[in-house]
Ligand binder design. Structure first.
Ligand SMILES: Cc1ncc(COP(=O)(O)OP(=O)(O)O)c(N)n1
Ligand SMILES: Cc1nc(C(=O)O)sc1CCOP(=O)(O)O
Ligand SMILES: [Mg+2]
Length: 213
């Protein structure tokens, strides 16, 4: 599949609190059934055995639903599983990760609201650049704020798919999609739900927003 079509649509990101107590796999499967194209495993526990077990199970789910698994922060785990990686500004060298994971791997970079960071990420081999946070975020309230005005310039200057993140909901996603982002990355508005069926409904609703002209 071509990179451009893989990197468009809903980008679901896991959260170890929201997806505790046996919810991880059924809720993620619901998001994938609802159309999520990328799934990021974001786990800050440092429990290596658990991380490997969960990432392995998520890889199997993604394969079954034609989605791509991305590991947050941990290049070694991504290399071990042969999947993608997302790196923030404090998470190590993007160029080294590209060398480790190879040319085909999807590697994303956090760029906050700074175009120079996105230009640098592009030079160092990123597959996509992520800007945010665009709205108040339950998950990461202290993330630096971004303004949608930067998206027009990003589209003109950065020849890579653009991911928007931070407080995105079914109500706020359309303005970002209209501004030309290729993917919307969502945690709370997708996974803070009472049932897997509700997660699937939300994922479908997010995904459908990419189909309307
Ligand atoms: C798609 C996407 N964009 C941004 C981030 C944030 O990454 P980072 O700044 O490294 O923060 P943590 O997620 O590690 O807390 C992301 N994970 N995914
Ligand atoms: C992990 C993360 N990074 C951000 C950034 O701005 O870089 S915002 C964020 C949290 C995204 O979760 P929610 O959809 O619940 O706001
Ligand atoms: Mg990080």
């Amino acid at each position: 599949m071509k990179e451009a079509s893989r990197l468009r649509g809903l980008y679901a990101i896991t959260d170890s609190t929201l997806l505790a107590d046996g919810r991880l796999l059924p809720y993620v499967e619901a998001a994938l059934k609802g159309g999520a194209r990328l799934l990021q495993y974001r786990d800050k526990t440092g429990d290596e055995a658990r991380r490997l077990r969960e990432a392995d199970a998520l890889q199997e789910l993604c394969a079954r639903h034609g989605a791509q698994l991305i590991i947050n922060d941990d290049a070694e785990l991504a290399a071990r599983l042969g999947v993608g990686l997302h790196l923030g500004q404090e998470d190590g060298s993007l160029a080294a990760a590209r060398a480790l994971l190879g040319r085909q791997a999807i590697i994303g970079a956090t760029c906050h609201a700074q175009l120079p960071l996105a230009e640098q990420a592009a030079r160092e081999g990123a597959s996509y650049v992520a800007f945010g946070r665009f709205f108040q975020s339950h998950t990461k309230p202290g993330a630096p704020a971004a303004n949608q005005d930067l998206l027009r310039e990003a589209r003109a200057r950065i020849g890579l798919p653009i991911v928007a993140i931070g407080g995105i909901t079914l109500e706020t996603a359309p303005s970002l999609i209209a501004a030309g982002v290729h993917m919307i990355a969502v945690i709370h508005a997708l996974f803070a739900a009472d049932s897997a069926a509700e997660v699937e409904r939300r994922a479908q609703a997010f995904s459908q927003q990419f189909n309307t002209p």
